[in-house]
Design a protein around this ligand. Structure first.
Ligand SMILES: *Cc1c(COP(=O)(O)O)cnc(C)c1O
Length: 375
C-alpha cells in the first residue's frame, strides 16, 4: 500500500496523459501556449474567480501575492504556526516579520479569535505595521474564512489564502482558492491536484493584482518581454505540465474529489469512537490532502507508527515542528506560550494513507490495524 499512490492514478489516466504530452512535444511549444491558457481558464472557472495565473510552484505563488500588498521590512504578517514552512518563509523573504498565530485543534486551521489577539498585540507594541494575513487550508480543509474575513475587515488587512493543500475544498457553494484577496495553490505531485513536477497557480478577482503578478512572473515585463519595468522573477508553469493538469483536473472533477471524500467518510465512521479524527465544520468541504489523526502524545504516535509500518501501512507526520520552533525563525520574539495547540499537534498528529485510488481492501486493512492497535 502506498501513502499517496500516483502510479495507480497514472495507470487510470495514462492514455489521455500520454496523448497530451505527445501533443505538446509534437507542436514544439514548451512554454506558454494553448494548454497553459486553457488550464488557467478552467482553474478560474472551477474556483469561481475572475483571474487565474499559473506559475512555477506554490511557493512562488505566495511570493507573487505578497508583492501585490507591498509586504516589506517593518511589516507584520500573521501566519498560522502549524503549516508547511513555505507559508512563513515567503513572508520572511520579503523582509517582513512573521507573527505566528495558533490554530484550532480539530480543524488544524488558523484560530480567528487568536488572530485578533495577535493583531491587537502588534498594534499595542507599535514596532511593526500589521500588513496582511496568510490563512492556510491545511490538509484540504478551508480555514474559517467567514470569521477570518470579519477580523481582516475590522483591521483593514488583506487575506492571502494559501490553498496549496486546499484545492477542491469548499464553504457552502464557494470553492477554495477564492477566499483570499489573492489565493494560491500548488501542483506539487502529492497535493490534491498535482502535476508531474513543480507547478502552482494564483487566483484573484482584482485586475490590478493580476496584471502586476503577470508582469512579476516574467521578469517584471512591461509592454513586452524585453521591456522591464520592475524587478521580477522567472515563474511559469511549463506547457507539458499544463497538459498533464488538464487531464488530471478532469479526473479530479469527475470522480477523484468524490472518492477522496468517500475514503475519508469510511475512515471517520470506522475510527471516530477510538481516535480523535479530523472534524469538518458544518457547510465546509475538504479535499482531504491528508487524513490526520490526533494521538495522545509523542510516544503513542511513535509506537502506533511502528505497529502500522510492520503491517505494511505507511504513515507520515505533518508537521513535526511548528513554525515558532524552526531554527530559521529562532531570532523572532517568542510567542511560544500562546502557541500551545500547534506544539501539541506537532507531537501528536499522524497522517494515514489518503488518495482516491485506495481499494475497499486497503481501507479495511488500515482501519482494522488501527482498531486492533488501540484495543
Ligand atoms: C506545498 C505547500 C506550499 C508550497 O508549494 P510548492 O509548490 O511546493 O512550492 C505552500 N504552502 C503549503 C501549505 C503547502 O502545503
Amino acid at each position: 500500500m502506498e501513502f499517496i499512490d500516483l502510479h495507480k492514478q497514472y495507470r487510470a489516466l495514462q492514455e489521455n496523459i500520454d496523448a497530451r504530452i505527445k501533443g505538446v512535444l509534437e507542436r514544439g511549444q514548451y512554454i506558454g501556449g494553448e494548454e497553459v491558457r486553457e488550464l488557467s481558464e478552467r482553474l478560474a472557472a472551477y474556483c469561481g474567480t475572475q483571474y487565474c495565473l499559473t506559475c512555477a510552484n506554490g511557493t512562488d505563488a505566495l511570493t507573487l501575492a505578497l508583492r501585490c500588498f507591498n509586504v516589506k521590512k517593518g511589516d507584520a504578517v500573521f501566519v498560522p504556526d502549524f503549516t508547511f514552512f513555505a507559508s512563513a518563509e515567503t513572508v520572511a523573504l520579503e523582509g517582513a516579520t512573521c507573527v505566528f498565530v495558533d490554530v484550532e485543534e480539530r480543524t488544524f486551521n488558523l484560530d480567528a479569535r487568536k488572530l485578533e489577539d495577535a493583531i491587537c498585540e502588534v498594534i499595542r507594541q507599535r514596532e511593526l505595521t500589521p500588513k496582511a494575513i496568510v490563512a492556510v487550508d491545511l490538509f484540504g480543509l478551508p480555514a474559517n474564512y467567514p470569521k477570518i474575513r470579519a477580523v481582516a475587515k475590522k483591521y483593514n488587512l488583506p487575506i492571502i489564502e494559501d490553498g496549496a493543500q486546499g484545492f477542491g475544498g469548499s464553504i457552502g457553494m464557494q470553492k477554495a482558492c477564492s477566499f483570499g484577496d489573492i489565493s494560491t495553490t500548488s501542483f506539487f505531485p502529492a497535493k490534491p491536484l498535482g502535476c508531474y513536477g513543480d507547478g502552482g497557480a494564483i487566483f484573484t478577482d482584482n485586475k490590478a493584482y493580476y496584471d502586476l503578478m503577470c508582469s512579476l512572473a516574467v521578469h517584471g515585463k512591461g509592454t513586452f518581454k524585453y521591456d522591464n519595468v520592475r524587478i521580477g522573477y522567472n515563474s511559469r508553469l511549463d506547457t507539458v505540465q499544463a497538459g498533464i493538469l488538464l487531464e488530471k483536473l478532469s479526473a479530479f472533477e469527475r470522480y477523484e474529489l468524490q472518492d477522496r471524500n468517500m475514503v475519508a467518510e469510511r475512515y471517520t465512521k470506522a475510527l471516530r469512537n477510538r481516535y480523535k479524527t479530523p472534524q469538518i465544520p458544518d457547510g465546509f468541504g475538504s479535499s482531504w490532502a491528508q487524513y490526520t489523526l490526533i494521538l495522545k502524545d509523542k510516544n503513542e504516535r511513535a509506537s502506533l507508527q511502528e505497529y502500522l509500518k510492520a503491517k505494511g501501512i505507511p504513515t507520515m507526520v505533518y508537521y513535526p515542528k511548528p513554525m515558532h520552533a524552526q531554527t530559521a525563525f529562532a531570532e523572532l520574539p517568542s510567542r511560544k506560550e500562546k502557541l500551545t495547540i500547534s506544539s501539541h499537534l506537532s507531537d501528536c498528529v499522524l497522517s494515514i494513507p489518503m488518495h482516491p485510488y485506495l481499494t475497499e481492501t486497503e481501507i479495511n486493512s488500515v482501519c482494522n490495524a488501527l482498531l486492533e492497535y488501540n484495543q
